[in-house]
Design a protein around this ligand. Structure first.
Ligand SMILES: [Fe+2]
Length: 235
């Protein structure tokens, strides 16, 4: 990948459907949190290291799932209508290589002799930081270049149908895990909008489960009561 540090012009949403917005906010927050955790973990403490590596593996699993969702549900249909996805396709290939390298470094933290653990943790931290830097630049490309093509090529109804296909392709557990990433990363208006549409589209027991197991545990008390007021949830 050639590197020109540049900020592609950021267009106004102009009321269009923001296909990438919520999930990318969630991945950015989770990635930044993960980076700080990998930097502050005491790798010589076995329980602390194991817990950080377990969180890392959950993050990598969701990041890999996200890349596959975009490949399977966005890039193909955009190409069929004459769009180009070469840059983001290559970036996704780079991501998959990075996931393997990070997993290998995580394994070496687990298998190295105790005296080498701190050094192995440092390598893992630096590799994750480099990956995250590329992912941030990649998501910027998607939310500027690719999103502009999507808005030109598809109606909002079609974009919403793409999102619904992605949601329908996931198990309830995986949907829940993405909610847990996304909700705390969103602002109050976005949280209320997403959960309002979940409430409209899903059975009440599914909505309630999402509130109790994904939303409440991921928000501060203050943020949760703000959301509850916006959604007019019964206390
Ligand atoms: Fe992507």
């Amino acid at each position: 990948m050639t590197h020109h540090l540049s900020l592609t012009d950021i267009a106004d949403l102009n009321g269009r459907f923001d296909l990438y917005g919520g999930v990318h906010k969630g991945l950015r927050k989770a990635g930044c949190d993960m980076l700080c955790r990998l930097g502050s973990t005491d790798y010589e403490n076995p329980e602390e290291a194991a817990s950080a590596l377990s969180a890392l593996r959950t993050f990598l699993m969701l990041a890999a799932a996200h890349v596959a969702h975009e490949d399977d549900n966005i890039h193909g249909v955009l190409q069929q209508r004459g769009g180009t996805t070469d840059t983001v396709d290559h970036q996704h290939d780079d991501h998959r290589r990075a996931f393997d390298q990070i997993e290998a470094l995580a394994c070496s933290v687990e298998t190295v002799s105790p005296i080498g653990r701190r050094a192995a943790g440092r390598k893992l931290y630096l590799a994750f930081a480099a990956y995250l830097a590329e992912d941030l630049a990649h998501m910027h490309e998607e939310e500027t270049e690719t999103a502009a093509q999507l808005w030109k090529t598809f109606t909002d109804e079609e974009l919403l149908a793409i999102e619904m296909r992605i949601v329908a392709s996931m198990s309830p557990e995986k949907n829940m895990a993405f909610m847990r990433l996304m909700i705390p990363a969103m602002n109050p208006v976005e949280r209320a909008a997403v959960l309002g549409s979940v409430r409209t589209g899903a059975p009440p027991e599914v909505f309630n489960a999402i509130i109790e197991f994904a939303v409440r545990p991921s928000l501060s008390e203050k943020a949760f009561s703000d959301l509850a007021a916006r959604l007019k949830l019964a206390a």
